[in-house]
Write a protein of this length. Structure first.
Lengths: 597, 181
């Protein structure tokens, strides 16, 4: 579409600008709204936003092009995105997508001729326990089947606004199957803050220290250490950020925590704020969970009324703290804390050089703590019940409990809370896994565990995890699973550093080649070589871990690929004769020289 | 009579512009030194049509048609060490710009719509190499031992690379020889 098609764009955008002001760090928020108004970011809007914020046009376009839920080309009034997580794939999403496209004469990735609808796939939407799942204009659809897709097709055909669609399509269940100390015990809003005020900040920090609480996002950094580093860092302002950019495929525990335990999470943030001296907090909510936004805003409003947020919290003079929710826009890398901070500042989610770490130079270069949703919930419990109580649960180096999001080949997918140190086979029994063959612990960036290692335990000492627990039964094609993961990383690499940008593409290509039966021993060597470079040379954790599934498969699942290999030392990447077919058709040739064997 | 056997070298240009070959010739007077230790097999300089057993094969250009594959495979079968020289051999380079254009659109534009052609028709003579749907880097078709980047690599870079290889050292290029900004 041409810019002249939007003659009134300035008037149309005026209310958006009014809401967000003219600071450059509002860019992402503004672009999200532009996307909602026009269903894409028109060139005229880019020009308009750039001049409003006083930033170069390229900066606006750079941000708009970075996030998957923002698009520079029209994606139609309705955009249906099928989740391509491995569990959704096993539940039949590719076939459903094909069915839907076929039914409506659509091609995936392209907009219908009347500019009404487009269909595409997206990274895991966090509904693995109730898939197959998809997003319609950003709202989650669960338990998809052909009947539901027929219904959706009719709704779109009638141009019914998504907000008027039947609510059963959007039903999201918590599926809490096993609750422990974090999820199971009652919680009275305000209790943790009160305990912190009674005990004092320094003493509460000591409790955190005594608890041994480590970050639940995967890396397991000591919370007490992070908070005291930030507390000690000089700065005009301190910030605390709740990382709810739960993008690791197969993870959905934060979804449940935010849906049903939002008070606990907010309380953890408020306790943290008190300790580090922050007056402003952010909850970075992944774009896929925007359906939780309204509910979370209500929780915040209720807490303000109850004196648990805002000025002089619980009557304590000078204890001011509030939380603002910042919505992501479809980017896995924004789960990395420094990329998340960049995104909070309205920029592309590109990981920063570290050091300096966020605890000294974070949001707006000020001391900032970024903690996982579950970590903050734990912190609230510790503030109430004390560090010793917490440290008594779990193992020596992994105290407390861990929430697992279990999905895949099991009878009872959902949320399971266990004390650290639980063995995989016990978990598999509990969730009703049928003839389990392998488990992906902590998502694609984690570890692929074969059945002979099911005695291993969830803990920082043995199998650390951010929460994803995906079960694969015997007979599942491990190569296909690894191909899914390789594609995921190739899609989500932010493109900043070469080892990751190129490495993830090479991995994808080579795994595809092996899957198509053209792989050789040479390709396996190449995969190891590429993997090693990615692990050692990448800029951030995404690149460091993106080779894990491939390397795990090479090491532990030779059966998955050996029968697919050709015996020669080298095999072309593509089908040579097949690549001549187009030209054969065009020229009508079929002579010997028009073929390659 | 104990003269050292000369290193046998073959070169070719597939979908390339011969710029890398020109850059090789740019080593100027060092060509005499080079010819003291090597001899050419198939190359545009000798006009030998087929490659025999060689020590080093140097390939410029990407793979754009069926004939390129025959040439490339012949090189791989006959050369102990195969070198991809220049951007086109390594990534497809400039010819790969056509990869975003449908082959049928290309043919129509060139042979059917372009003015000045007589009896507009798409050529189908078996003598003509049949194009692939896309231009591919050579490492996707055969195993490649070394990649010498540049568009083209400078004469000095080529000289350093070749002398290292000929003298039996692992080729090592300084940063200065590999950066182009």
């Amino acid at each position: 579409m041409e810019p002249h098609e939007f003659p009134h764009i300035e008037q149309q955008l005026a209310p958006v600008f009014e809401r967000h002001g003219c600071e450059a760090n509002q860019l992402l928020k503004i672009l999200r709204e532009v996307q909602e108004i026009f269903h894409f970011i028109p060139p005229a809007a880019i020009t308009c936003v750039a001049s409003h914020l006083g930033v170069p046009r390229t900066q606006v376009e750079g941000v708009a092009g970075f996030y998957f839920f923002l698009s520079l080309k029209s994606v139609g009034e309705y955009r249906l995105l099928f989740s391509n997580n491995v569990t959704d794939q096993m539940q039949g999403n590719p076939e459903l997508m094909q069915y839907f496209c076929h039914k409506l004469w659509l091609e995936s990735g392209k907009v219908s001729e009347d500019n009404l609808l487009s269909v595409d796939s997206t990274s895991c939407t966090g509904m693995c326990d109730q898939g197959p799942a998809a997003l319609i204009n950003g709202w989650p659809l669960t338990n998809l089947d052909r009947d539901r897709l027929d219904m959706i097709a009719a709704l779109i055909h009638d141009k019914k606004p998504v907000c008027d669609w039947p609510s059963m399509l959007f039903e999201v269940k918590d599926n809490i199957r096993r609750a422990g100390t974090l999820l199971g015990e009652p919680f009275e809003p305000g209790a943790a803050i009160r305990a912190t005020l009674d005990r004092g900040s320094a003493a509460t920090l000591m409790e955190m220290e005594a608890s041994g609480l480590r970050g639940r996002g995967g890396a397991g950094f000591s919370v007490a250490r992070k908070w005291s580093l930030c507390r000690a860092s000089p700065g005009d302002h301190h910030y605390i950020v709740c990382n709810a950019d739960e993008g690791e495929p197969g993870t959905f525990k934060d979804r449940v925590l935010l849906n049903s335990y939002a008070d606990l999470v907010c309380e953890g943030m408020t306790v943290g704020a008190r300790i580090i001296g922050a007056t402003q907090g952010f909850l970075y909510l992944r774009g896929e969970y925007r359906y939780l936004l309204k509910k979370l805003e209500e929780v915040l409003a209720r807490r303000r009324v109850a004196g648990l947020l805002g000025k002089n919290i619980l009557g304590e003079t000078g204890f001011d703290f509030d939380i603002e929710i910042h919505l992501g826009a479809g980017s896995y890398i924004c789960g990395e804390e420094s990329a998340l901070i960049e995104s909070l500042e309205g920029k592309r989610g590109r990981p920063r050089n570290r050091p300096p770490f966020p605890v000294t130079h974070g949001y707006l270069d000020q001391p900032t703590v970024v903690d996982n949703v579950e970590t903050l919930a734990c912190a609230a419990r510790i503030a109430i019940q004390g560090g010793e109580w917490f440290a008594a649960i779990g193992t020596t180096q992994s105290t407390g409990s861990k929430i697992l999001s279990i999905a895949g080949d099991c009878a009872r997918p959902g949320i399971y809370e266990y004390p650290f140190g639980i063995a995989l086979h016990e978990i598999l029994d509990d969730c009703g896994a049928e003839d389990p063959y392998a488990v992906q612990v902590s998502g694609p960036s984690g570890i692929l565990v074969p059945s002979k290692e099911f005695g291993r335990r969830i803990s920082f000492e043995d199998l650390p995890t951010a929460g994803a627990f995906t079960v694969f039964k015997r007979g599942r094609d491990i190569l296909q699973i690894v191909q899914n993961f390789a594609r995921f990383f190739a899609h989500e690499s932010c493109g900043f550093c070469t080892p990751c940008r190129v490495g993830t593409q090479l991995q994808k290509k080579i795994v595809d080649k092996i899957t198509h039966g053209h792989g050789t021993v040479y390709d396996l060597e190449e995969l190891k070589h590429v993997g090693h470079i990615m692990q050692s040379m990448s800029h951030c954790g995404l690149g460091h871990t993106a080779a894990n599934p491939v390397l795990d498969m090479l090491e532990k699942f030779p059966d998955a690929y050996e029968h697919k290999l050709k015996n020669f030392a080298f095999e072309p990447v593509f089908d040579l004769d097949g690549a001549l077919e187009t030209a054969r058709k065009i020229t009508g040739r079929d002579d010997a020289w028009a073929h390659l064997s | 009579m104990n003269e050292k056997r000369k290193i046998r070298v073959a070169t070719c240009s597939l979908a390339g512009c011969f710029g890398c070959h020109m850059s090789l010739l740019d080593i100027d007077e060092k060509l005499f030194d080079l010819l003291g230790v090597i001899e050419f097999d198939r190359t545009p300089f000798t006009d030998i049509k087929h490659c025999g057993p060689c020590d080093i094969g140097i390939v410029e250009g990407g793979v754009s048609n069926a004939e390129n594959v025959h040439v490339l495979k012949e090189f791989r079968e006959n050369c102990k060490v195969l070198v991809a020289i220049g951007a086109c051999a390594i990534t497809g380079g400039v010819p790969a710009l056509r990869n975003n254009i449908d082959l049928w659109d290309c043919f129509q534009e060139v042979y059917l719509y372009e003015g000045g052609l007589e009896g507009n028709q798409i050529p189908n003579d078996p003598e003509l190499p049949l194009p692939f749907d896309k231009v591919y880097p050579i490492y996707e078709v055969v195993k490649v031992d070394y990649f010498l980047p540049g568009c083209p690599p400078s004469a000095d870079t080529i000289w350093k690379f070749l002398t290292d290889l000929i003298e039996g050292r692992e080729p090592k290029l300084d940063y200065e020889m590999l950066h182009y900004d």
